[in-house]
Ligand binder design. Structure first.
Ligand SMILES: Cc1ncc(COP(=O)(O)O)c(C=O)c1O
Length: 374
C-alpha cells in the first residue's frame, strides 16, 4: 500500500513521493547534484545500501520514482527519455530468436528502432493495429500495446489482451504516455509492465525529457534496473526534481486539457470542412466503448483531417493559440501534421494537443483559424 492510496487524484498528485514531514525541511527536497558520494573510508558504502555513485543512485530521482510508482501502482525506474525507457524494455527482456508484437500505429520511433536494432539482433518483429484484430500470441515473448495509440487515438482492451498474452506465455507491456497513470493503470488491468514518456502530459510544461518503466514483478524490475545501471540512461537530478514538481498539478492540467478537447472535438465535428475527427471521449467515436470502461479520463488530444498539407499550413499560420510543434500533453495547445514525420497518415491529418487555455478562447481561435485557412 502506497502512502497516497485511498485518496483522490488531486491529493495523490500533490503528495506522491514526498518524504515524511520533518521540521525545517522543505516539502519537496531540492535536487541533489552529485556524481560520487562520500564513502565510509574503512568499509565503503555499497554494502550499507547507501548511494555511492549517481548512476545507480540519486535521492532526487528516487523521490520522483516513488511518486510515479505510487500513481502507477508499481515500482518505478526513471529514464532519460521515453525512448530510453522503451528501448530498455525491448533490449533487456528480449533476446535473439524471440518474437515481439508492436503496435502498427503507435509512436513511430519505436517501430524504427525495432526495424533496425531489434531485427539486426535476430528478433522477429510483428506489428498489429491497435484496434486489432490481434493474432494468437503463441510463441511471442513480449506484446507492447499503446492505448490510446498516438496519433490515431484507437484504443484496445488491456485486460483482455493481457489475459491472452499470459495464456500464451508472453509478457504484456503498455505504453501509458497518452493516458498517463490518472487516465488508466495498466498494472491493475493485468499488464506486466508500464512504460511511458514523462516528457508529455505527465510533466506537462514542455521543458524536459523523461521516461519511466513500472512493474510489480521484482524479477522484471531487477532485470531492467541492471540494464539501466549498466547502460546509464538516467535523468539528471535537476530534470528529476522539475518533473516531480510538475507532477503535483497533473490532475488539474488533465482536467482542463480534457475539457478543452471535448469542446474542440465537438466544434470540429460541427464543421463541414473538417473530416475524420477523433477523440475517444465522443460517444460515437470507434474507441468510445472500450475507452469509456477502461479509462478513468480521456486525454486532451484530438485528431482530424484538413484535406491537404497546404490547408494545415494555412491553419497553423492563422491560429494564435495553437503553436506548431511536435509534442503533446503540455500547458500550451500545440498541433502538427503527422505525415511530415513519416506516420502512415493522410497528408492533411493533424494531431492537436489541447493545453490549459480557457476553453472559449481556444474554441474561438481554432474556429477563426479554420475559417481563414479554408
Ligand atoms: C507514445 C509515445 N511513447 C514514447 C515516446 C518517446 O518519448 P520521448 O520523446 O520522451 O523519448 C513518445 C514521444 O512522442 C510517444 O508519443
Amino acid at each position: 500500500m502506497s502512502q497516497t492510496d485511498g485518496y483522490g487524484d488531486g491529493t495523490r498528485c500533490v503528495h506522491a513521493g514526498l518524504p515524511e514531514p520533518a521540521p525545517g525541511e522543505p516539502f519537496l527536497p531540492g535536487p541533489v547534484f552529485a556524481a560520487p558520494y562520500h564513502l565510509d573510508p574503512a568499509g565503503g558504502d555499497a554494502a550499507a545500501g547507501r548511494d555511492w555513485y549517481g548512476r545507480p543512485g540519486n535521492p532526487t530521482r528516487r523521490n520522483l520514482e516513488a511518486a510515479i510508482g505510487e500513481l502507477e501502482g508499481g515500482d518505478c525506474l526513471a529514464f532519460a527519455s521515453g525512448q530510453a525507457a522503451l528501448t530498455a524494455l525491448l533490449l533487456s527482456l528480449v533476446r535473439s530468436g524471440d518474437t515481439v508484437v508492436l503496435p502498427a500505429d503507435g509512436y513511430f520511433t519505436v517501430r524504427a528502432f525495432a526495424d533496425s536494432v531489434l531485427a539486426a539482433n535476430g528478433v522477429t518483429v510483428r506489428t498489429v493495429p491497435t484496434a486489432g484484430p490481434h493474432p494468437s500470441f503463441e510463441g511471442v515473448r513480449l506484446v507492447l500495446l499503446e492505448t490510446p495509440a498516438n496519433p490515431g487515438l484507437d484504443v484496445c482492451d488491456i485486460a483482455d489482451l493481457a489475459a491472452r498474452a499470459h495464456a500464451a506465455g508472453a509478457l504484456l507491456a503498455v505504453d501509458n504516455t497518452t493516458a498517463t497513470p490518472l487516465g488508466q493503470r495498466p498494472l491493475d488491468l493485468g499488464a506486466d509492465l508500464v512504460v511511458a514518456s514523462g516528457t508529455k502530459a505527465l510533466t506537462g510544461h514542455s521543458d524536459l525529457l523523461l521516461g519511466y518503466l513500472a512493474t510489480r514483478s521484482p524479477e522484471l524490475l531487477a532485470t531492467v534496473r541492471t540494464w539501466r545501471d549498466t547502460t546509464g540512461s538516467v535523468p539528471g537530478p535537476f530534470d528529476a526534481w522539475l518533473a516531480h514538481r510538475s507532477l503535483a498539478t497533473l490532475d488539474l492540467r488533465l482536467a482542463r486539457q480534457s475539457a478543452n478537447a471535448a469542446a474542440v472535438a465537438r466544434a470540429l465535428r460541427s464543421r463541414s470542412d473538417v473530416s475524420g475527427v477523433r477523440w475517444p471521449g465522443l460517444e460515437d467515436d470507434p474507441a468510445y466503448p472500450v475507452a469509456s470502461t477502461q479509462m478513468r479520463r480521456v486525454p486532451g488530444i484530438v485528431a482530424f483531417d484538413l484535406g491537404s498539407a497546404e490547408r494545415v499550413a494555412r491553419f497553423l499560420s492563422a491560429a494564435e493559440l495553437v503553436f506548431a510543434a511536435t509534442s503533446f500533453g503540455g500547458l500550451h495547445t500545440t498541433a502538427d501534421r503527422r505525415a511530415q514525420w513519416g506516420d502512415d497518415t493522410a497528408p492533411g491529418f493533424v494531431r492537436l494537443s489541447c493545453g490549459v487555455e480557457d476553453t472559449a478562447d481556444l474554441v474561438a481561435d481554432i474556429g477563426r483559424a479554420l475559417d481563414r485557412s479554408a
